[in-house]
Design a protein around this ligand. Structure first.
Ligand code: DSN
Length: 421
């Protein structure tokens, strides 16, 4: 457990909240597929002296003095990000996923331009055009869907038709609730046909791309790739934007991030990204990335065996989406019951969900965080079995108490690691 001696001494209220969260994370399982645990080295960099510095601009071209070490650490982050993903250019200043996506839109589009992205209800992300977002007020978003939610097959014929009709300037591949590998070459083919840029929003799966366990969209010819750094990458909260080799696009993106959308970069976060990227470059990270996928398959096997409907028919990546309609449990009820047992996941809409987004039919869960803890297929299957037991009898307090004890025992056996090496 982390010591917070200075906070303890001067701010008891925050100290209590910190202790509460430390305890919650140590005795419960994190199955939200976008969450993870960072090493102490990443923590240290994120809480470091770089927090104190303003560094508007880019290495070698800053507006303020005193930049010897900010330049050093930002260059390290850039070099390592490029090496990880086979890119020539990287912007490592973007604060998180939503601003990173907006930075790419602002770099490549004019207000009113059309963007083609995956429908939110079929797995796309809020920032790919949900009407409540600011980008949706600036750009015209149109969507593509899965042809068959039970296999996850994307309807590329429809996508081509929509692209020809709507003439998008940008086509997005990427998702936050979709469980199959994407055929990136197909996206590039359609984009070429209509003269659109391609952007891969790989926030969820970048850890597995970095770890060579999943395909890299930059290798298939994507213009730009965006990813957060705190999900399967096991880095600090933040994002990066990568360009394979087009200098003009990379320059537009840098200008769009600063001064277009942001002021001083968060240098402590950039230092922590550099530390995380070094970890991700190690062979151990490749083993981790492979294990995330094996663990998701182990959970998939249990859900399929028990007859629970999985969207996409299963998973090729780190996440699973279960439709609980047949179990007569809503996503909210499932989330609440499992939370009581120390299993944290999120309610989630299923494709064309008949229920609303705040009370959807499904749950979304995944394996990056439990794999960081050291879980293998056996433990993941055990967790899936416990989940299904609870879902089938969600009001049984005795059962939930027993499951909670079993989860706590697993957590004790697999404590959150402090060191990456
Ligand atoms: N909130 C993240 C997720 O859970 O997918 C993405 O923004």
């Amino acid at each position: 457990m982390q010591e917070y001696n200075y906070i303890k001494e001067q701010d008891n209220e925050v100290y209590e909240a910190l202790m509460g969260e430390e305890h919650r994370e140590s005795v419960g399982l994190e199955l939200i597929p976008s969450e993870n645990y960072v090493s102490r080295a990443v923590f240290e960099a994120n809480g470091s002296v770089f927090q104190n510095k303003y560094s508007e601009g880019y290495p070698g071209r800053r507006y303020y003095g005193g930049q010897d070490f900010t330049d050093q650490v930002e260059r390290l982050a850039i070099e390592r990000a490029c090496e990880l993903f086979g890119a020539k250019y990287a912007n490592v200043q973007s604060l998180s996923g939503a601003p990173a996506n907006l930075a790419v839109y602002s770099a490549l589009l004019e207000p009113g331009d059309t963007v083609l992205g995956m429908d939110l209800s079929h797995g796309g992300h809020l920032t790919h055009g949900h009407p409540m977002t600011h980008p949706a007020k600036i750009y015209n978003f149109v969507t593509y869907k899965m042809k068959n939610p039970d296999t996850g097959e994307i309807d590329f014929e429809e996508m081509m038709e929509v692209a020809k009709r709507e003439q998008p300037k940008l086509i997005i591949a990427g998702f936050s609730a979709y469980a199959r590998e994407l055929d990136y070459a197909k996206f590039v083919e359609i984009a070429k046909e209509v003269g659109a840029y391609t952007m891969a929003d790989m926030c969820h799966i970048s850890g597995m791309i970095a770890g060579k366990a999943l395909a890299n969209p930059l290798d298939a010819g994507f213009d730009v790739m965006v990813t957060t750094t705190h999900k399967s990458m096991r880095g600090p909260r933040g994002a990066i934007i990568l360009t394979k080799e087009d200098k003009v696009i990379a320059k537009k993106i840098n200008t769009s991030v600063f001064p277009g959308l942001q002021g001083g970069p968060h240098m402590h976060q950039i230092a922590a990204k550099a530390v995380a990227f070094k970890e991700a470059l190690s062979p151990k990270f490749q083993t981790y990335a492979q294990q995330i996928l094996k663990n998701a398959k182990a959970m998939e096997a249990v859900f399929i065996r028990e007859g629970v409907r999985l969207m996409c028919g299963g998973t090729d990546n780190h996440l699973l989406l279960a439709d609980l309609t047949a179990l007569n449990v809503s996503g909210v009820e499932a989330q609440t019951a499992l939370d009581e047992c120390g299993i944290t996941l999120n309610k989630n809409s299923i494709a064309d969900d008949p229920r609303g987004p705040m009370d959807p039919s499904g749950i979304r869960f995944g394996t990056p965080a439990i794999t960081t803890r050291g879980f293998m297929e056996e433990e993941c299957a055990q967790v899936a079995e416990l989940m299904i037991e609870v879902l089938r009898d969600k009001d049984n307090q005795e059962l939930k108490d027993r499951v909670k004890s079993e989860i706590e025992a697993l957590c004790l056996k697999f404590p959150i690691p402090t060191s990456f090496i």
